[in-house]
Design a protein around this ligand. Sequence first.
Ligand code: AMP
Ligand code: MG
Length: 353
Amino acid sequence: MRTLVITQDENRIDEQEIARAGKIILNGGLVAFPTETVYGLGGDGLNPDSARKIYEAKGRPSDNPLIVHIYRMEDLEILVKEIPESARKLAEAFWPGPLTMILPKDDLVPDETTGGLDTVAVRMPSHKVALAFIKAAGGFVAAPSANLSGKPSPTLAKYVLEDMDGRIDMIIDGGDIAIGLESTIVDLTGDVPMILRPGYITLDMLKDVLGEVTMDPTLLDDDCKERPKAPGMRYRHYAPKGDMLIIEGEPDKVVKEINMLVEESRQKGYKTGVIATAENADKYRADVVKVVGNRNDDTAIAASLYRILREFDDEEADAIYSESFATDGFGHAIMNRLLKAAGHKYIKIQEEV
Ligand code: AMP
Ligand code: MG
């Protein structure tokens, strides 16, 4: 299959090109498209064959459900059995935007799209190219992130091409992604709304709208024996080819510790890499040092994290050391993804007493 790449500017959408992309979806094909979180790999959300093709293109297990993307509120009614008051309030506050809601699915939504679950994940993205594309595609675009299973979600069209060339019909290049981490997922099917995946929309933001909101216990406790409620959170996530370790502690001590580890790895003949905050970057003696952003700038850190993880693979780094970042607010989502990438390997430097 030849994969066509087209370019679209959020401020100057070419309706004809978008109509062409939409037609591919309506004909059962696959199109990768930009959203404000990461690039998505879209197929017709109401067509079981499209869901199957998505799983095949990604090499993803078919029990890991897809998120159905819509472009207008009235279409939510078509996908779900009923819309609880909580969903209306959240849509009012955060849609279009980086929030996915889990709701009881209507029979119209094929089991293939939801991985056999009787609930469906729905999101209305805010990226203008995404909204125009979903409309042209008939209104219901099922899409996971547009990476091969086992790779970081793509934040640039070149990474979509790297993973999907020859596997899908079209890639819409919409330039840089604003957020860089996948959407917050909130489950509204239980008594109390529950976050299943942290993201840009934080626990406090949801509480401001709904009052009580809980967090899947597996997100708070590394040693939790329960299974995460979002099937996708159960899979081994992206890990760089090199061994990755996170070091937490007071900044100067972290620099010292990482430089010591770098030296040890060097002596073993390893190529070393560091994921550094801008404040510390020039203090490291590793072969490759990548600046993820300023220490207090969650937005910048999230936006560059996945790109940096891919770059370390290109560099063929054997040992990668990362600073640890703040865990409050949006930071929770950043550390959640960083820990997954490191296979939860981290050390904490104790404060001296
Ligand atoms: P991705 O599109 O790659 O961001 O992955 C979608 C995420 O949404 C995965 O972690 C899925 O497991 C999760 N998800 C989708 N549908 C549901 C659902 N009905 N219940 C719980 N989690 C879901
Ligand atoms: Mg994904």
